[in-house]
Design a protein. Sequence first.
Length: 345
Amino acid sequence: MTRKLNRREFIAATGVAGVAGLAGCAGGNGGDGGEGTTAEETTTEGDTGGEETTTEGGNGGGGSSRLSWHAGGTGGTYFPLSNEFKSVVEANTDYTLQVQSTGASVENVGSLARGDADFALIQNDVAYFARNGEGIEAFQGAPVENLRGVATLYPETIHIITLSDTGITSVDDLSGATINTGDLGSGTQVNAVQILEALGISDYSEQNTGFSQASDQLKNGDIDAAFVVGGWPVGAIEELAATEDVVVVPVDGEQREAVKGAAPFYADDEIPAGTYGLESAVPTVSVQAMIATNAEQPDETVEEVTAAIFDNVSELTIKTDFISAETAQDGMSIELHPGAQAYFG
């Protein structure tokens, strides 16, 4: 039987470390590359597109025409893409979407579990960890049983970032290095530790901050490399590349196969030449950004919202090389909502 956690139960289950984990997916550590806000801050509402401050939660499947959609930081990809979804949903259904800026994946899972959000963008690996009660400390022993998938969208690329003066050019060079693996308890940290283990890298010193601080650490020589997860180009890496000679460490060949063998949600990816000033494309791996909802959402609501988005992909301008109905189940890591299943067939 599906059990929906309320706010008190969710926080009690995750504890202090879990709350830290919820905050840990803000910015680059939520796979969205932007700065998030608290869970009850900025939204965009209605046809005016204006911003308001609200303390209202989502509908929790109550059948209202007003739906709460939790995105990510305003400086990342989740927030502007969610506002494009808002436009097509409102133009093609009777629903009104409130798009809310948040700390991204882990925080958004908590909002869906409590019913404070009706839909949200999260990473497919975070979805897997949440549904199975593993991986991220916030979910250890506390599976989010009402979490459901809608569609995958685009790659959230694993970036291993260093500077040219470190001399690091391959994953083997990471042995003995000081590496920022992302905020403690975040999805990025889980990815980083899992990938380093798959690559056979066990001799390293770990630092844990968001990428804005990791960027300063790289500049100051306090760390040798940092992990960043997000759809390229990640704005924070672009900012670093504007003043520093950035190197993206490739993950390819047998090493890439080893990473993909470590978990079902990793896939081949590539950062194109010209991104961050790169002279040539860099092979790596990725997880996927995805739309999620909860089991309490009515089938009709989920089907109508899904149809509005995927029948009108031509109206979008962000990540359009990746978003399509044909690829929307690639990398789906959790149980699909019946409303989404009805649309995709």
